[in-house]
Structures are given as C-alpha cells and as structure tokens.
Write a protein that binds this ligand. Structure first.
Ligand code: LMR
Length: 411
C-alpha cells in the first residue's frame, strides 16, 4: 500500500548490539560492564589498535599516499592478499575465484544477497537458528522475494550443535539453487562450530542438492588463534566440491570476508566478497554483474582499510607480527572464559558452566534468559544481548568476579 504520510512510518528499534553500546555509553555507573557488541577489548577493556596495524599506519603516513578513486572492484593488490588469507596462496590464484572489495562483512553479505536474489532467483535462503541478527535484515532488505528459513543449529538441552537437525532440514527442505548461509568459524552467537567430520557431511549435502553456499567469515583467527586453521571449512569446500572431478559441485559459493575483527579495523569498513564458480562456468558475467551492483551502491570502495591490510600482509615481518596480534586476542578471550567459569563455580552458581570454556571465538552463548539479561542490565549495569550472548572481551581480571556475582544473583 502506498504511504500517504511519512509520519505514518512506525518507529523501529535500533539493532540490539548498537543500542546496547549507546546505552552503555550513557550509563554513569562506575563499574558498568559492556559484554554486548562483538568488538575486541584489551585487558583494560579498552579498544586495541593492533601493533602491526599501528606500524602499517606509520608506513602509509611516510609514503604520502594520494586519495584517488579505487577501481569499482577494489584494490587488486589488497584483493589478492585477502583472498590468499582465506583460501591459501595455492587455491587463491585459481581462475574460478572472483573477488571484490566490500564495505566490511556486512557489505559482502549484502552484495551476495542482491546478486543471488536478482540472478539466481532462489526460493529460500537457509539461515542458522540462531544467527547474527543482520543476516535476517540484510536478506529482508536486499532479497525480499526470497523466503528466509531457519535451520536448527543450537540445541539448548546439550548446549551444543543440533547437527542431525541441521542436516535433516537441509536434506528435506532445501531445493536446488536455494541459498544456505554457513558461519565459517567461531559461530556468532553460539561459539559452537561443526567438527571436521560434520563439515564433510554438510559439504556432501549442499553439493548433492546443488545449493548455493554463502560462507560468512567474520572471525578468522578468533576460533583457534591460527588464521589457516580457521579457514579449514572454506578450503575443504573449495577443494572437494569445486574440483573438476567433483560430482557434487554446488550452484556456486560466496565467501563474505570481514577484516574488521582480525585487524581491529571496525570503523574502517574493510572486507571482501569472493565468488567461486563451478569450473564449467565462466565467471566473467557474474563478475560484471557484481561490479554493476557495487557501482550502483557505492561507486567504488574506500581506500584506507585496504591500504592497511595490504601493507601488513605484504611485509613478511609485519605479517608475522599481525599473526601474533591475532593470537594475543584469541588467547585473551580464551583466558577470560576460564576465569568466568571458575568464578561462577567458586560462588556455587547453580548449573554446569563448562560450556563457557568449551565454546570458541568472541562469544559465549551463556544460556541466560532474556529476563535475566534484562535484570543484569537494570540492576548490575552489565550489558549483553537478550538471547544470552556475551561478548567475552568485555571481561578482565578486575571485573570478572563482579560479573559472576551478578549472574549468581539473577539466577
Ligand atoms: C556483533 O555481532 O555484535 C558485531 O558483529 C557487531 C554487529 O554488527 O552486530
């Protein structure tokens, strides 16, 4: 129905992670704790500019770079480095991978959704239950004619992966050309990833059913501290499903790569979208369409983040410094998992808290209810998502006892 009056538009809530950050910033309570947005914080709960990134900034400053337009598809040197980081240099140079620079992971997901909706016309997009909330919004906005369906992922009774449910849903409900969004590693929000054996079974189903895979890779390095290990599923899907000899090649595969988290470049909005086409298909037409969407939306991507990433990855010494920075972030988060679990146990908090230590990546899916989360905010000034997701980097040695005590209190 046509809108008669702009004032008739309903007011929509701000997406939760941003609303929480805003509320936290407004809160004047001295011991407030921000466990909301998925951003890394150092041991003092402050933003951390990675030392490797600082060094790259200095290098760029001394180079007196200009501010010209990039090509529509992005900076080719950056794209080669970003692609190799995901796929490895051996796979990265393959001709059936087409890469474009994007406005971070969100831009990559958005471009993938537009491309699929306009060119592939899938009936459904399968999204994990639960997922990063923006997956839903992106597909709602960019692909309104594609039905969003949830596949089971988290099983509350075991606090683990409902692998049988996930596979059965894809097996029974997905049709050829349907899209399935998979989290490449460090699943957001649950912190639970499939095992290698489970990934192999997922690959078999998506290939046999000729689905279109969209890997979202926002946390490469955060699951294990090792960027190669965290790219295992993507590399496995590529080598197994897209080999010329494969009889299980899916309709295609996008990988949405965010460099916001593993470079700490949140506000610089840097990422890439990689399209893998079956070896029998020419990628040229698909690339031309992607370029056209970029032109219509942003004309061409932005420079600074690409320059930083490229400068870091191009220099052997800086690159190994960066790998160490990633490891530091992953290990600090792992460390606070243990601290929180021990504090909860020390207080005799009812329940089994071992999942906090077992889950991986930036988040813990605590199992707290939305009412308990609300109470944590109102009574204790502790901010986390209403689905019980805790962004662990907001914890440190100084506040972990306070948070554990507050959890004990709301249970
Ligand atoms: C999150 O999940 O908190 C982050 O990825 C920030 C966002 O965009 O929601």
């Amino acid at each position: 129905m046509a809108l008669k009056n702009l004032g008739d538009l309903p007011v929509l809530p701000l997406p939760e992670s941003f609303a929480l950050t805003a509320a936290y910033n407004e809160d004047s309570f001295p011991n407030k704790v921000n466990l909301g947005q998925g951003v890394y914080r150092d041991n003092n709960c402050q933003p951390w500019v990675l030392p490797s990134v600082r060094k790259a900034e200095e290098t760029l400053h001394n180079q007196q770079v200009n501010h010209e337009y990039l090509p529509i598809a992005g900076d080719s040197k950056f794209l080669t480095k970003a692609r190799d980081l995901l796929f490895s240099p051996e796979i990265g140079s393959s001709e059936n991978i087409t890469s474009l620079q994007t406005i971070a992971g969100t831009g990559a997901n958005h471009l993938a959704a537009i491309f699929c909706a306009r060119n592939l016309h899938p009936k459904n997009v399968f999204i994990s239950d639960p997922t990063w909330d923006n997956h839903h919004l992106i597909w709602e906005v960019a692909a309104p004619n594609v039905t969003r369906k949830l596949y089971p992922y988290y099983e509350p009774s075991t606090r683990g992966l409902n692998f049988e449910g996930m596979l059965a849903e894809l097996e029974n409900s997905a049709e050829e050309n349907d899209v399935v969004i998979l989290h490449a590693c460090a699943h957001n929000p649950t912190g639970i990833d499939p095992t290698k054996e489970q990934w192999k079974k997922i690959a078999e189903v998506v290939g046999r059913k000729k689905l279109f895979v969209v890997f979202d890779c926002a946390y490469q390095g955060f699951a294990s501290g090792d960027t190669d290990a965290d790219a295992w599923a993507i590399r496995y899907f590529y080598s197994t499903l897209f080999a010329e000899s494969s009889s299980l090649t899916p309709a295609g595969m996008f990988v949405c790569q965010s460099l916001s988290k593993n470079f700490g470049l949140y506000g610089e909005r840097i990422g890439a979208l990689h399209l893998v086409t079956p070896s029998s298909n020419s990628p040229e037409g698909a690339k031309a369409h992607l370029v056209q969407f970029v032109r219509a939306e942003i004309s061409c991507p932005s420079l600074f983040g690409a320059r930083i990433v490229q400068t870091v990855l191009d220099d052997a010494e800086l690159r190994s410094k960066w790998q160490e920075d990633v490891r530091i972030m992953a290990l600090r988060i792992k460390g606070v998992r243990t601290l929180l679990k021990l504090e909860l146990e020390k207080l005799g908090t009812p329940g089994d808290w071992s999942h906090i230590e077992q889950q991986i990546g930036m988040f813990s899916f605590t199992g707290l209810s939305s009412a308990q989360v609300q109470e944590l905010k109102e009574k204790h000034h502790i901010y986390m998502l209403s689905n019980g997701r805790m962004s662990l980097s907001g914890l440190n040695e100084s506040n972990v006892a306070y948070v554990a005590q507050a959890i004990r209190d709301v249970l």
